[in-house]
Design a binder for this molecule. Structure first.
Ligand code: GNR
Ligand code: NI
Length: 182
């Protein structure tokens, strides 16, 4: 397995609509495994393929992972979930607000309102069609990840004012990182 590079805004790969997976074969499963390892390594609860530069409709999530110092390998494994071609087939009228973060928008957070519960249809690790009902953090996370597959970031749900503040901070952060390299 491998730890992949995470692309950050405003990289164009994050704005692209990802392509559906044809069949969940060993190549796709390897992608899922590498994404899971990368997600644990970088301290995320979810990861979508465009965030590692792959424009495919693949998502991994683990909202039950163990916290702690050891981020190497898969020692944080709680309840990893693998999704190919996830689709929201129902969402609740009721909404909830969560202070969201994103590995592609490092260290910046914003309150996003989304449906509190959703039903999602997808293909699992074995390519089998599945449906799940999600609520709470899992519902928020899965909607955040499906947004990534459609080229949408959590900051796109914020007001233009808040989004521009975050984008300016991001630019500053990446400039400082460049200075450190020099
Ligand atoms: O690690 C993550 N935490 C998080 C918190 C609230 C709402 C969504 C998320 S997903 C994010 C990892 C990430 O960027 N996934 O795309
Ligand atoms: Ni994200």
């Amino acid at each position: 397995m491998a730890i992949l590079k995470i692309y950050t805004a405003p990289d164009p790969v994050l704005k692209r609509v990802a392509a559906p997976v044809d069949t969940v074969d060993d190549t796709i499963r390897k992608q899922m495994d590498d994404m899971l390892e990368t997600m644990y390594h970088d301290d995320g609860i979810g990861l979508a393929a465009p965030q590692v530069g792959i424009s495919n409709r693949i998502v991994v999530i683990d909202v039950e992972q163990k916290q702690g110092e050891d981020k190497t390998g898969l020692n944080r494994k709680g309840n990893p979930m693998f999704f190919a071609n996830p689709e929201i087939i129902w969402s609740s009228e009721e909404c909830s607000v969560y202070n969201e973060g994103c590995l592609s928008v490092p260290e910046l957070y914003g309150e996003v309102e989304r449906p509190a519960s959703v039903r999602v249809k997808y293909l699992d690790y074995d390519g089998k069609e599945q449906e799940i009902a999600a609520e709470g953090l899992l519902a928020t996370c899965i909607q955040h990840e499906i947004d990534h597959l459609n080229g949408i970031l959590f900051i796109d749900h914020l007001s233009a004012l808040k989004r521009n503040i975050i984008l300016r901070k991001l630019k500053k952060l990446s400039k400082n990182a460049e200075v450190e390299v020099l």
